[in-house]
Design a protein. Structure first.
Length: 422
């Protein structure tokens, strides 16, 4: 008998040759998740954060007709002498929404407001500040002006027939404004994906219940609820599921009839009470990924019927890390949009950070601006994957890539802001 134990690979190892990289996990997600098919027509206000289904083409020019970019005087450049000052007769006023109906002849001008249509017979607007009004109301203008001055052309913003919003675009507030500028009151968008989630664990108690010895409050369902509520998805909270095969089967079967995406937390490691794996093997197809990241190495990915299943680790910090890195991109694809990658910013580390090579680490940081408006970042104390207060105090992840072997105080690191940064 050997006098030493040869340990199996575990999440305590810095590097596991069987694990896949973060990039590879994202590639697999992108390949395997299919966008929802169904669409709905909604008033444009309700389309914020929803995914556009068909390219939107402009039914007309925006602006529809040439109009003034300034308050001033509409003239024909022909009226101006080649040099020196010309005096023009003011024949009327053009307001935004109330055009000047007549025509303007040589030697005449029309007082014009910003946004008013350019009167017939004129081809330039002279800024009020560049004109003088004489004692009997004549308008004096010098020769230093050109055709088209201060005129917004028809179609300057959007030309008739141009594609303004591509299919697959998640609509932002500016898009709603653009749709309104086209006069569109409704838009066809993809339906919202339905996301069901539950916690697993005999030790878990929901808030509002007394805490008996050996029990802890379930926090994962609440952080998940928070993150999902910020997205354009419909959510179903399936509560806490006991650590037994029958309960697991029952909840997965039910969820697969209701949801496009099922998320569980806990029960995916190799403990005796980890029933996700056997239940899934019975009900669907699954893959167990060990991803070279910390925290959050084990992730189950699979399918039950038409639903995607993502089994996140149990540790509360690992849940939030794997959600932000894998679930969020999966929801992007499911929604019919392209996968977003979080923006990275460079920041100066205010302290040394220990890190072993071979895996991506997401430490929790507090980023602030220094006196030169450059980002600097400190860690939020203890970094254990069960220490959820390290997340709630943080405003960003400090992202240390695979090859990084540690950071000295003063070194530059990448940070990834949370979308709820404060
Ligand atoms: P597991 O992967 O189920 O072994 O869980 C790993 C660790 O995370 C254990 O210490 C669990 O008690 C803890 N944990 C699992 N689920 C939750 C939850 N919903 N809320 C808080 N802690 C949890
Ligand atoms: Mg458990």
């Amino acid at each position: 008998m050997d006098d030493k134990i040869t340990p199996d690979p575990s999440c305590a190892d810095p590097f596991d040759p069987n694990s896949i990289s973060l990039a590879e996990a994202l590639e697999r997600i992108e390949q395997r998740v299919l966008p929802v098919h169904a669409c709905e027509r909604l008033p444009i206000r309700e389309c914020l954060d929803r995914v556009n289904n068909e390219a939107v083409k402009s039914p007309h020019n925006v602006p529809p007709r040439p109009n003034s970019a300034m308050d001033g005087f509409a003239i024909s450049i022909d009226s101006l002498a080649a040099s020196g000052i010309t005096e023009l007769e003011q024949i009327g006023t053009a307001y935004a929404g109330k055009p000047y109906e007549g025509s303007c002849a040589r030697g005449q001008c029309v007082s014009i407001m910003t946004g008013a249509l350019i009167p017939e017979g004129t081809d330039a607007v002279i800024m009020q500040e560049q004109a003088e009004i004489g004692d009997s109301g004549e308008v004096r203008i010098d020769s230093d002006h050109r055709v088209g001055e201060n005129i917004r052309d028809a179609g300057e913003d959007i030309e008739q027939g141009a594609t303004v919003i591509e299919a697959g675009v998640r609509l932002n507030p500016a898009d709603l404004g653009v749709l309104a500028s086209l006069g569109l009151s409704q838009l066809q968008v993809k339906r919202k994906p339905v996301v069901a989630f539950f916690s697993t664990g005999d030790e878990l108690v929901s808030v509002g219940e007394p805490l008996e010895p050996g029990k802890i409050y379930d926090s994962n369902r609440y952080s998940l609820h928070g993150m999902l509520s910020r997205m354009a998805v419909d959510i179903i909270d399936l509560g806490v599921v006991r650590d037994d095969l029958e309960s697991m089967r029952e909840v997965l079967t039910r969820a697969s009839t209701q949801a496009d995406l099922i998320i569980s937390t806990g029960g995916v490691s190799v403990g005796e009470a980890d029933y996700i794996k056997p239940a899934l093997e019975e009900l669907g197809t699954t893959e167990f990924w060990k991803i070279a990241i910390k925290p959050g190495r084990p992730l189950t990915f699979g399918q039950i019927g038409a639903s995607i299943f993502m089994g996140l680790p149990g540790n509360p910090v690992a849940v939030m890390v794997t959600f932000s890195q894998f679930v969020l991109p999966a929801i992007d694809v499911l929604s019919g949009a392209s996968m977003r990658r979080p923006a990275l910013f460079r920041a100066r580390a205010l302290e040394a950070l220990r890190k072993k090579p071979g895996r991506y680490e997401f430490q929790r940081g507090i980023a602030t601006l220094d006196e030169n408006n450059q980002w600097q970042v400190a860690r939020t104390g203890k970094q254990g994957s069960g220490i959820l207060t390290s997340m709630s105090r943080a405003n960003c992840f400090i992202v240390l890539p695979d090859e990084n072997t540690g950071v000295a105080a003063g070194d530059e690191v990448d940070i990834q802001f949370f979308d709820w940064s404060r």
